[in-house]
Every structure is written in C-alpha cells, then in structure tokens.
Design a protein around this ligand. Sequence first.
Ligand SMILES: [Mg+2]
Length: 392
Amino acid sequence: MKIEAIETLVCHARMRNWIFVKVLTDQPGLFGWGEATLEWHTRSVVAAIEDLAELLIGEDPRRIEHLWQMMYRQHFWHGQGIVRGTAIAGIDLALWDILGKVAGMPCSRLWGGPVRDEVRTYCHLGGGRMEDFYETPVDNAKRFADLAREAVANGYTAFKSMAVPPTMPIEGQQPVRAAEACVRAMREAVGDSIDIMVDCHARPSPAMGLKFGQALDPYGLYFFEEPCWPECLDGLVMINAALTTPVATGERITHLEAFRDLFARRGCEICQLDITHCGGLTAARRVAALADAYRIALAPHNPQGPVSTAASLEFGFSQPSYIICETVHGDVPWRQDVVDEGFTIDPQGRVVRPNQRPGLGIRINEAEVRKHPFKQELPQRVFYRDGSVGDW
Ligand SMILES: [Mg+2]
C-alpha cells in the first residue's frame, strides 16, 4: 500500500478557512481526511503541506509513527513551529483515518477504547457566532447573561465566555470589576449546576491575570483559560498556585518538550492541547501520557472545523483523563452540508455517543466545500487606548 497524493481543500467558514487534508492511496477508494486549520496562516499551511508531501509520496500510509518521525525530523528543521506543526497534524489525522478504514474500526478502538460511554461537550457563548463570543463588550453584563441562558436552552451544561477584556500590562480596578460583573450575571442566570468557563485569550500580564483570577475565584469557574502569555511559564505557575479555580492552557504549545515543562512546573490543571497544531493524534497521545503522569486533565482546543472535532472526540473516547470537548456549532449555517459525521449528539445535554464508522467517521462533501473557496480571514487586531499594540 502506498500514498499516491496529498491534497488540500480550503473551505472559507467566516472567521477561519478550514483546511481539509486528503491523503490518497493506491488502493481504490481508500483515502483519509485530516484538518490543518490555522487562522490567518492558510496559504502558509497549504504550502507547508505541499513541502511535506515530498517526503511521503510512495510510502506506506500504515507506518504512521515512522512517517511522523520523517515529517517532524527530516529536512533538518524540526516540526515544532506552528505552521509545520499544523501541517504535520493535518496529514497525521488523515493517516489515522486511513488506518481505521483499513482495520474497519473507529480510531478510538485502535487505541484500546472506548474508555467511556459518552463525551461531554461545551459551546462558546453564541454557539460560534464570532460577534457574540469575541465582541460582546464586558460593560454589557446583561448580554453575557442572555447568551448564557441561550446556551443552556440549547442543551449545553457547560459554556465558555470571553469575560476578561484586553488590558495593558498594569491597569486599575475597572476592567476587573467589569469582568466580575459579567461572571456574576452569568452565574445568576444559569445557577450552580451549569459549568462556566472564562477564556482570557492570554491577554493579561501575569499580574493582571492574577487580579482577574482572584476576582473570579468565588464564582466557581470550571476552568480559567490562558490567564497570561503561554511564554510566561512562571506567571502560569504563580496563578495556578494562587487560585482554587483550575487554570487551563496549552492551545499554543506545539511540541512535547514544552508540554513537559508546563506540566513539571504545574502551570495548569487542564491541558488544552490542539490536536491540529501539536503534531496530530500521534503527538497528542504522547502528550496525554505525559499529562497522566501529573494527573493533569485533557480538554483539547477545538474551535476549528468538523475533522478537528471528530479527531478530538476519537481521542476523548480513548483517553481516561479527557474531560470535555470544545465545540462550535453556529459559526456557519451550512456546517452540516459540508460534512456527515459518524457520531450522534444528544440535543439534551449535548453529550456525544461514539462514532460507529471506521477511522474518524467523517465524510466530506467536496462539491459543497467548493461553494466556499478561500477568502482572506477577517482581521482581528487590538490596540490599547494609547494606541499601543495589544493581544486579541
Ligand atoms: Mg483559548
């Protein structure tokens, strides 16, 4: 069995261009789907996949670990940069999809699963409508409460919000009080039985992240995400130690050694590895084993497209420490036209039952994808009130 071609199919989905990766074999009808979506880097990732394809054409697609080693280590430069890490991931997912199809079983069964009956999911406020999630101002606590009620009405038992605004490295009480008002309004709207998450998007400095974290600690968040830059490991360690609320991070980490440092220093309680950025399912399984040694939970980052979601779910059905799957369902109204998924979602409670199809269980309607060709992503740029550059 040989790999004959590696193709990319770009699908513009408003905030992101989904990059689907199709690995074709010399066996009639046997191919795999992966995803390598990286917002604002679409052309770079597509080109990186073209470069990697040179290494893989003619190779046996079932030798996944061997091919992963080639993709990560050959051509001199290791594959831990975000563009190449994402390109490797897209191909790696497709290789696992192929292997599942060859074996006639879902990927989670290849890895010894299923380890649970169902996977819990959470949504973003607004379900993925970027205006609701990213652009609801923190001085509008009532809007946060309304969107929280909407998430619960849609069947979710957990949701994520961006209730922490961009702040300069040091600011006073106003943004902290605004964030607190939003979280209080959401908690009052949905009660204690619903899990609320706050994503800081790594906007705060460690000092501000600590202030926000301490102000929100009494509201019992399920997790407090990216309270400072991932590069500020000391800051993450300090904030995680200071709060009762568990800190979550990891979506921007692309190689095993950086996960090791994060875990060994106890920079988080929840690892949000991104399966489509950190080298795919092959690398994700190594990160999971490492996290297990520290009893750190897994909740992969997944605001991307449907193959990324299928990969996260297969991973979740095979990993005991996996706690919840991030999902978006309202980013584009035609999501379900493009993809046919092998798993089922219970609309009450939004839990997922296992995929019964081989591999990742994903079918992509390529004709539908072609209705949404590449478009430049909408720019998301933050400047502080004095004109200096901030983090989105
Ligand atoms: Mg995040």
